[in-house]
Design a protein around this ligand. Structure first.
Ligand code: NIG
Length: 377
């Protein structure tokens, strides 16, 4: 089944191809160009001057959870600071939930994201924090999401000894989870895991063939970025508090700086230094960090709008970061881009240009979405 899409008012491809029309064939993009040169297709859809871009690539979410942290959010808005300790509340609720309840939460949020144009999504374990619950979180995530990350090193479970827990994570837990995931991550931050503990977990994961990611520099400057660059991690996520040396290190590495502005707003932190990273030459991605504690949104458009209005990114930089940047953070070349051979993941805006994402903040602009060649809304 092939579909010719015509009438594209503005086409953002993140690639060398340009035009005002494209053809989807099955799950892939088959052709991009000007409508006068278009090949025949089974069906034709006229998007009547709307902007078309790749579907959002959300490279950082925590969707395998149960429970609710509205009260914690309310306390924060009344002035209480965010600490990593709230994670333990979600861990207790997650352990008490059934497999079906957890799967339903993951499905619900992925569907919510898809309705807003997110066509590729990563999610993590990290609210199980024992072998059985990390394994089932990974299994459920793998059934629902595009990419899965093992985050056994999210928090030392309250009452447990940190070094004993690190040994469990890099030993029995990693052995059990590794076959289900592509990535391993650690929360390298004061109150979570220090440099040595984080490095031990990541090195064990790398020895198992997993790609590496790091949560770092979220609540203050620290060793997260340095560790991520040192170990060649695909991405270091948060990057809210960066030293000049962190920015230089990122700029001269392949490690993507994944910025999570919805999280910084929701935890009343500063916004990350996007302009300094871009000006230094670092690769920047934007992601939602959808989770029940620090960032309960699946809206990539909100992240893009914030990046433009408050982080001094141009609309083009922000859209790239939320599509091709997310793909690069996940080391994918088949998504976040429109070109022949890429996944047919398309986001049509009810607007003539991507500029409207910032020009019309808060307005739901998703008109229609194709994911792997299938129109979903
Ligand atoms: O990315 N930083 C650590 N992990 C999550 C927070 C999870 C939570 O508060 O439940 C984050 O913000």
């Amino acid at each position: 089944m092939s579909v010719l899409i015509t009438g594209i008012g503005e086409l953002t491809t993140n690639s060398e191809v340009t035009g005002d029309a494209l053809v989807i064939d099955g799950a892939e993009i088959a052709w991009v160009g000007n409508v006068g040169d278009a090949p025949a297709a089974d069906e034709r859809v006229d998007v009547e001057g709307r902007a078309v871009l790749p579907g959002w690539v959300d490279s950082h979410t925590h969707l395998v959870f149960a429970g609710d942290r509205t009260a914690e959010f309310g306390a924060r808005m009344a002035g209480k600071p965010y600490t990593a300790g709230g994670i333990a509340v979600t861990v207790n609720a997650t352990r008490a939930a059934t497999d079906e309840e957890l799967a339903a939460v993951v499905r619900k949020h992925i569907a919510e994201a898809l309705r807003q144009g997110t066509t590729f999504i990563e999610t993590k374990t990290g609210y199980g924090l024992n072998v059985a619950d990390e394994v089932r979180s990974a299994r459920i995530a793998a059934e629902e999401a595009d990419e899965v990350t093992f985050l056994g090193a999210h928090l030392v479970p309250p009452g447990e000894d940190a070094d004993t827990y690190v040994d469990l994570v890099r030993g029995e837990m990693l052995d059990a989870v590794a076959p289900l995931v592509r990535w391993a991550d650690v929360f390298c931050e004061k109150g979570a895991f220090d440099y040595d503990q984080s490095k031990a977990v990541l090195q064990a994961a790398a020895a198992k063939g997993l790609g590496l990611r790091v949560h770092g520099n979220q609540l203050g400057e620290g060793p997260g970025v340095r560790l991520a660059v040192e170990l060649g991690a695909a991405s270091v996520d948060h990057c809210t508090y960066l030293s000049a040396a962190d920015i230089d290190a990122l700029a001269s590495s392949d490690t993507v700086a994944t910025l999570l502005p919805a999280c910084d707003l929701s935890t009343r932190q500063s916004l990350p230094p996007a302009r300094a990273l871009l000006d230094a030459g670092a690769t920047v991605a934007l992601a939602s960090n959808c989770n029940p504690g620090s960032s309960y949104t699946s809206s990539m458009a909100f992240c893009v709008t914030t990046a433009v209005l408050q982080m001094r990114m141009s609309v083009e930089e922000a859209v790239w970061a939320a599509t091709a940047g997310g793909a690069q953070a996940l080391r994918r070349t088949d998504v976040g881009v429109i070109r022949p051979g890429a996944r047919a993941d398309l986001h049509v805006l009810d607007a003539p240009s991507i500029t409207h994402l910032a020009y019309r903040p808060g307005v739901p602009l998703t008109h229609s979405v194709w994911r792997q060649g299938e129109r979903t809304n």
